[in-house]
Design a protein around this ligand. Structure first.
Ligand code: ZN
Length: 289
């Protein structure tokens, strides 16, 4: 059962700016900690009308939001928290327009907030390599040019998913051997089983030390059991991700420029990697501000 984080939960936890600031303080420093100024373990109390706490021993002021995405923002902390909450609970993403309307800020502010939250989502997951049985699949996203080769005018994205584990996705320059091989080396632990489609660019994976198996999408083969390695080859988990991603981009975001595609991909992989735990997702993001 997914760990739901309802709107009611949100406002119970964060009824005002002070409760949000208190949370940032606890997550980043702890309510009681060694003071940076007097070097003694101390408690800290909130200063009236300022986004600061004072050390109970030396009185030094500590600004919990210093160095975070909240630091110089004129948007209130509670609005920031609520925006992060919206990004956590959505399935299809949050558009700039929706954020503008819900938060009552300008479109420019909404766009900036969204960009910073997406960046945060991209940073939290880290870059640990995938292992075990891993699927790779490419997708062609967006673009206005009709006809010609399937990929014209579209952004090429590559998704890599560990079965029962994490997903990583990013933009690729092209689908040449060089590019795709590089992505595999960067994201998958050697020795892992790797399932791909029949794209020739993947042909070198076996000599690179992976247990490589393919399915021939061109021949409508979507699953293949390899009895010598006891591996069920398919890329259905990545394809499910592409299905949701394409639908969401089309319905929520209308058009995403190639420049920002990577950012959107990381937003969606972050949610996919943590989707069972909305509360934990929220705390991870606040912890990373
Ligand atoms: Zn102190």
């Amino acid at each position: 059962m997914a760990d739901k984080f309802t709107v009611r939960d949100f406002f119970n936890r964060f009824p005002d700016d002070d409760s949000c600031l208190h949370h940032v303080m606890e997550v980043r420093f702890g309510a009681r900690h060694v003071c940076q100024s007097c070097d003694q373990e101390a408690t800290f109390h909130k200063l009236a009308n300022r986004k600061a706490y004072a050390c109970s021993r030396c009185g030094d002021n500590l600004y919990p939001c210093a160095g975070t995405i909240f630091q110089d923002s004129r948007t209130s902390l509670q609005l920031w928290f609520y925006a992060i909450y919206l990004f956590v609970i959505t399935r299809h993403g949050v558009s700039g327009k929706e954020l503008q309307r819900t938060l009552g800020v300008t479109y420019k502010t909404a766009w900036r907030i969204a960009k910073q939250i997406r960046t945060l989502m991209g940073e939290v997951d880290g870059f640990e390599k995938l292992r075990g049985h891993v699927e790779i699949d490419e997708a062609y996203i967006g673009g206005y040019i009709k006809g010609g080769q399937g990929g014209r005018g579209k952004t090429i994205a590559v998704g890599v998913k560990e079965r029962g584990g994490r997903m990583i996705a990013g933009v690729a320059e092209d689908t040449t051997t060089n590019t795709l091989r590089g992505i595999v080396h960067q994201t998958i632990e050697p020795g892992s089983t790797v399932s791909t489609d029949e794209l020739p660019a993947y042909n070198l994976l076996t000599s690179d030390g992976y247990q490589h198996g393919t399915v021939k999408h061109g021949a409508k083969q979507y699953v293949r059991y390899d009895d010598t390695t006891d591996a069920l080859h398919h890329v259905n988990n990545v394809e499910t991700f592409w299905g949701l991603f394409k639908k969401s981009i089309a319905s929520t975001h209308i058009h995403v420029s190639p420049k920002y595609m990577g950012l959107y991909l990381r937003e969606f992989t972050f949610r996919s990697n943590h989707r069972e735990k909305q509360n934990a997702m929220f705390d991870l993001l606040i912890g990373a501000v």
